[in-house]
Write a protein that binds this ligand. Structure first.
Ligand code: CTP
Length: 435
């Protein structure tokens, strides 16, 4: 084991002041209790890479819950303990969160089952983890503060850019690691090490992912869909034969052209400021299903327990993108902008990356950008509150009045908020009978 490398300077440099302070205090709390405590897993990897990671995971040789309580007491935190697992979360008043675990060996009762927990040391805790780069720890105790704990060559693999499992049964015991291997490989532009790649292929051939619960599978898939390089990750899932297990019934090559352009399309829309508040993972999910029938898309939404609002967005997109595409991007289109904007507005914003990715020509992307700008500039300044202030009770006519004023703005019929108000009053007067 390589003990001795001290990375305290790197920690001070690459961690935020809050994280740094918590790690110092965890060390002090452990000393008071006679325990040893370590920061372990992703946070160590990201300290060494100089990448930001706000997830602090502590591993305690001793009673993890007692340490969590001592740490919480040092900063007015609350503890949520899971006694069965010897783990706890410490939540501080400013929203900062630390996970604490008791050093343990995980005995899997059978593949893909929840672990049964037994107390043990840091080495064994690290050995049960997914990849060498995630199986390092940092000592937080007194004079050892900052000592790197690297039994399995994690630092070396980090330098070489290799994803390597610690033992041959790793993917059998926890098949979700197949998705994790791809996620870390593509996120850091690493390579899956040859022997590990063989184990990946064997596990895929044995269809181990079939035995994983849909909840755990979705959890890892969603992590992938939330990454900025999700498109590349999905491509890698396909090349490794994993795609059919996560998107059953969806033919990858049909959606590949769109997915391969999606990372860029999302980036572009973000730069244009049109994706604020949008769930990024849903953009990929919609793009992955755009070639599916509504029934097949609905089936996958059910499988992964998407909620009603998310499912509606998926189905709306799957059913309507073709019509939007063929109407808005027809050459020599002489329809009014308001009509084109209306079509775009009827799609959820999560479908915009799909649209943009489908646009092959520069003039098409340009028109999209222009329409989005127009939509934004034309957003009326009046809203439902104004209509209420006129004495009307909220009802369907509100939506129609606001849509009408938006449309009028898009077409240049009204130009400022006074004209909007006049327009709305006139609209409501004309629709008196329907209110
Ligand atoms: N881990 C594991 N096997 C899994 C999931 C997690 O061994 N199936 C271990 C890894 O050591 C990992 C740590 O638990 O580093 C924390 O997992 P997680 O929070 O999912 O990942 P991070 O490594 O923190 O990565 P990210 O940057 O994506 O949060």
């Amino acid at each position: 084991p390589s003990r001795g490398d001290n990375i305290a300077d790197l920690m001070r440099h690459n961690l935020g002041p809050r994280e740094w302070d918590i790690l110092r205090r965890a060390g002090e709390a452990a000393a008071g209790l006679g325990y040893r405590v370590f920061a372990a897993g992703g946070v160590v990897r990201d300290i060494l890479l100089g990448a930001g990671n706000l997830d602090v995971d502590l591993v305690v040789e001793g009673d993890g819950i007692a340490l969590a309580e001592a740490l919480a007491a040092s900063g007015e935190g609350r503890v949520r303990a899971h006694r069965h697992f010897g783990t706890a979360e410490v939540l501080f008043p400013d929203g900062f969160k630390v996970d604490v675990a008791t050093a343990r060996v995980e005995y899997y009762e059978f593949p893909a089952a929840l672990p049964r927990v037994e107390s043990s040391s840091i080495r064994q805790d690290l050995y049960r983890r997914d990849f060498t780069i995630n199986a390092m720890a940092v000592d937080l105790n007194g004079e050892h503060f900052g000592d790197l704990v690297d039994y399995f060559g994690g630092r070396e693999d980090l330098q070489q850019g290799l994803i390597r499992v610690l033992y041959n049964l790793s993917f059998i015991e926890d098949p979700t690691r197949l998705l994790r291997a791809v996620r870390f490989e593509q996120r850091y532009r690493f390579t899956i090490e040859p022997q590990t790649l063989k184990l990946v292929q064997e596990a895929v051939q044995r269809e181990v992912l079939q035995r994983v619960s849909v909840e755990r599978l979705w959890d890892e898939l969603k992590h992938i869909l939330m990454e900025p390089a999700a498109g590349k990750m999905l491509d890698r899932l396909d090349r490794l034969g994993i795609w059919p297990f996560v998107f059953p019934g969806v033919t990858y090559w049909e959606v590949q052209p769109v997915l391969s352009g999606l990372d860029r399309a999302i980036k572009m829309l973000q730069d244009w400021d049109f994706l604020d508040g949008v769930e990024g993972w849903l953009c990929y999910f919609i793009a992955a299903l755009h070639w599916s029938t509504p029934e097949a898309a609905a089936e996958l939404c059910r499988r992964y327990h998407l909620n009603k609002r998310q499912t509606e967005k998926v189905l709306n997109s799957v059913q309507n993108w073709r019509q939007v595409l063929s109407t808005v991007w027809k050459q020599n289109n002489h329809r009014p902008n308001s009509e084109l904007a209306h079509l775009i507005l009827a799609l959820p914003r999560e479908a915009y990356p799909l649209l943009l990715s489908l646009l092959e020509e520069e003039w098409m992307r340009h028109r999209f950008h222009q329409l989005l700008l127009l939509i934004r500039e034309s957003r009326p300044t009046v809203d439902g509150k104004y209509i209420k202030s006129l004495g009307y009770r909220p009802g369907p006519v509100f939506r129609r009045a606001l849509d009408a004023v938006w449309q009028a703005r898009l077409d240049g019929q009204v130009k400022n908020s006074d004209e909007e108000k006049a327009f709305i009053q006139e609209f409501l007067r004309r629709h008196q009978g329907e209110i």
